[in-house]
Design a protein around this ligand. Structure first.
Ligand SMILES: Cc1cc2nc3c(=O)[nH]c(=O)nc-3n(C[C@H](O)[C@H](O)[C@H](O)COP(=O)(O)OP(=O)(O)OC[C@H]3O[C@@H](n4cnc5c(N)ncnc54)[C@H](O)[C@@H]3O)c2cc1C
Length: 401
């Protein structure tokens, strides 16, 4: 069957935008389908590791960031503050973090893909994905008019996030930990509230959420205050989860000297598909590949998923261009999966003993820089996890391991 497109990308988040941009840059005929009209909101802290730049060379994330982060301030149960710079004086400047508003960031990435030649179809919800004699047929529906949309492509990349349908359509049942996180966007004027609230500082709170953490991230004229349960074994279920996250966010705001106007603040929660073990991420003779949250690549320790979304998308396109789409799952595992495995082990210890890990790990003078290196993939979890775990157990028990 003749293909309308070389590649259909489903979902215009960081993963989909990257895939569409990289494929269009390589001369592929690309369709990018997005359920929402753009720009759309995405519930997220918006902390973006600078390493994203290297994965999307034709896009400058900094231009679309609100704040460049220089410091992290850590607390345990809103107490014992420990503030440290991300970089040492002679460090290169490229392993820090930016804080972005996701509707701005994602839209800019999508616009870059469109400017490079990708065709955007927003307001279209993908419904079915089927094999079509050596190609893939996709059916979607316009959210407003209800009109159907059909197209055939040589490849489909499922970048449709935590609740994506592409994987299910092609029979991929992924193993993942279903975590959840919530954000509240609080209008803010600098100078109001706790003096440590600054546009160059992120705040991380470890003791207030069991099996998770809370954050305050700066944006241009607002704060992104959030909390998440990162491990499946949290004791709450259903509405109680939402209520606990709202209470934590309110308590964090109060601890930072803020009194958000209840009517102007909206609490939004979204699933976090945290990596739990190696999955097969290709189907229909490797004509369909899953990337980003749709592939459950959120990191187990911090719940960050943007860098892996971008990395997996770039790798999927590379495998297609090299004529090796069937190699995608195993290459992804060796490049990202083994890291996620090590992060998962560290996360299990961290959330079992958060107080001890805070005291003997987070407050160490080098810990903030190490965290930034890990978030940027410049330091490997598998390099530090065994030593960090040994040190912690030694500090806690007083015995050598
Ligand atoms: C509260 C919270 C805070 C977070 N904070 C951070 C953070 O600070 N840093 C970080 O790195 N990560 C963070 N994450 C994780 C991060 O948001 C995700 O890992 C990231 O968005 C994954 O990108 P993606 O492109 O794979 O998916 P998404 O960004 O979810 O994009 C998927 C897109 O697919 C579209 N879509 C879905 N279904 C269909 C369909 N049927 N048809 C067409 N389109 C469809 C969606 O509308 C969406 O636009 C956070 C997550 C949450 C919930």
């Amino acid at each position: 069957m003749p293909a309308d497109f070389d590649l259909i990308v489903v979902g215009a988040g960081p993963a989909g935008g990257t895939a569409a941009l990289q494929a269009a840059k390589a001369g592929m005929r690309v369709a990018l389908i997005e359920r929402h009209r753009l720009p759309r909101h995405k519930t997220c802290g918006g902390g973006v590791p600078m390493a994203v730049s290297a994965e999307v060379p034709h896009f400058d994330p900094q231009t679309h960031a609100d704040c460049t982060i220089r410091f992290m301030r850590h607390t345990f149960r809103f107490d014992q503050p420990c503030m440290a710079p991300i970089q040492a004086p002679n460090d290169p400047p490229d392993f820090g973090l930016w804080c972005v508003r996701r509707h701005v960031f994602d839209h800019a990435l999508t616009a870059a893909a469109v400017n490079t030649g990708a065709e955007l179809f927003d307001g279209l919800t993908l419904e079915t994905v089927e094999p079509a004699s050596g190609a893939v047929q996709v059916q979607a529906r316009n959210g407003l008019s209800g009109a159907p949309w059909r197209a055939v492509a040589s490849f489909v990349i499922g970048a449709d996030g935590a609740n994506g349908v592409v994987g299910r359509q092609v029979g991929l049942r992924l193993s993942r930990t279903d975590a959840i996180a919530m954000e509240a966007l609080v209008p803010h004027r600098w100078g109001v509230g706790h003096p440590s609230l600054r546009p160059d500082t992120i705040h991380l709170e470890y003791g207030a959420v069991r099996n998770g953490y809370a954050w305050v991230f700066p944006n241009a004229e607002q704060l992104n205050i959030g909390a998440g349960f990162l491990r499946a074994a949290h004791p709450l279920r259903g509405a109680a989860v939402r209520e606990a996250l709202i209470q934590t966010i309110r308590a964090y705001a109060a601890a930072m000297g803020l009194e958000p106007d209840g009517d102007r603040v909206r609490f939004r929660a979204h699933p976090l598909p945290v990596w739990s073990r190696r999955n097969t991420l290709d189907a229909l003779n490797a004509r369909v590949l899953l990337v980003g949250d749709a592939a459950a690549l959120v990191k187990p320790l911090c719940g960050d998923g943007i860098l892996n979304a971008v990395r997996s998308a770039a790798l999927a396109v590379q495998c297609i261009l090299e004529g090796q789409p069937a190699a995608y799952s195993s290459r992804l595992h060796s490049e990202i999966g083994t890291e996620l495995q090590a992060a998962s082990r560290l996360s299990a210890l961290f959330y079992r003993l958060p107080g001890e890990c805070f005291r003997y790990g987070v407050t160490r003078p080098t810990a903030t820089r190490t965290a930034a290196l890990l978030l940027n993939g410049r330091l490997k979890y598998r390099e530090i996890a065994p030593r960090a775990m040994r040190r912690l157990m030694q500090a806690i028990t007083g015995r050598r391991f």
